[in-house]
Ligand binder design. Structure first.
Ligand code: ADP
Length: 162
């Protein structure tokens, strides 16, 4: 049993996809243990993407800071079995063009890195999900106070063998 963070990015919120995206995680039995809408600032976006410049380059970080601060986002803490890996499977690959059909990024977007890079923009792939369990712990701490995360039972638990 594990907790992980997803963030519906400004493009997901502005396209009115919050309900449909969240439904996918509820459908497979994940439990929502925290949720809020926030409009983050540049400082917070840099904390969230603290190693992005190292991994993808300074220009990608700057573009993602612009994208993530252009409107409100919805941050959700999910709990379930091997949640980090399982949630990433549902989210799909970073580049929508190569994300598998059936995944969120494969089903709701199609842009390529080459296209967005040529326009000097961050790629709009709708949703963030923690990449590994250390990242999940750090990110949950950044986005949620202890008392904003809840322990409770959902009806589905007995059917999903929790
Ligand atoms: P992921 O979100 O799949 O874990 P990363 O953490 O590497 O991927 O990147 C963070 C976000 O930055 C991505 O979700 C995507 O929106 C954006 N991004 C990454 N690489 C590029 C790129 N080459 N061009 C434009 N945007 C990018």
């Amino acid at each position: 049993m594990e907790r992980t963070l997803i963030v519906i990015k400004p493009d997901g919120v502005q396209r009115s996809l919050v309900g449909r995206l969240l439904q996918r995680f509820e459908d497979v039995g994940f439990k929502i243990v925290g949720m809020k809408m926030v409009w983050i600032d540049e400082d917070f976006a840099k904390k969230h993407y603290f190693d992005l410049a190292e991994r993808r380059g300074e220009h990608v970080l700057n573009n993602m800071v612009n994208l993530m601060t252009e409107g409100p986002v919805v941050a959700i803490a999910l709990e379930g079995v091997e949640a980090v890996e399982n949630v990433r499977r549902i989210v799909g690959g970073t580049e929508p063009k190569s994300a598998a059909p059936g995944t969120i990024r494969g089903d709701f977007a199609h842009h390529s890195f080459a296209y967005t890079d040529s326009k000097d923009q961050g790629i709009r792939n709708l949703i963030h999900a923690s990449g590994n369990s250390d990242e999940a712990k750090q990110e949950l701490k950044l986005w949620f106070d202890e008392k904003e995360l809840h322990s409770y039972k959902i009806d589905q638990e007995k059917h999903h063998g929790f």
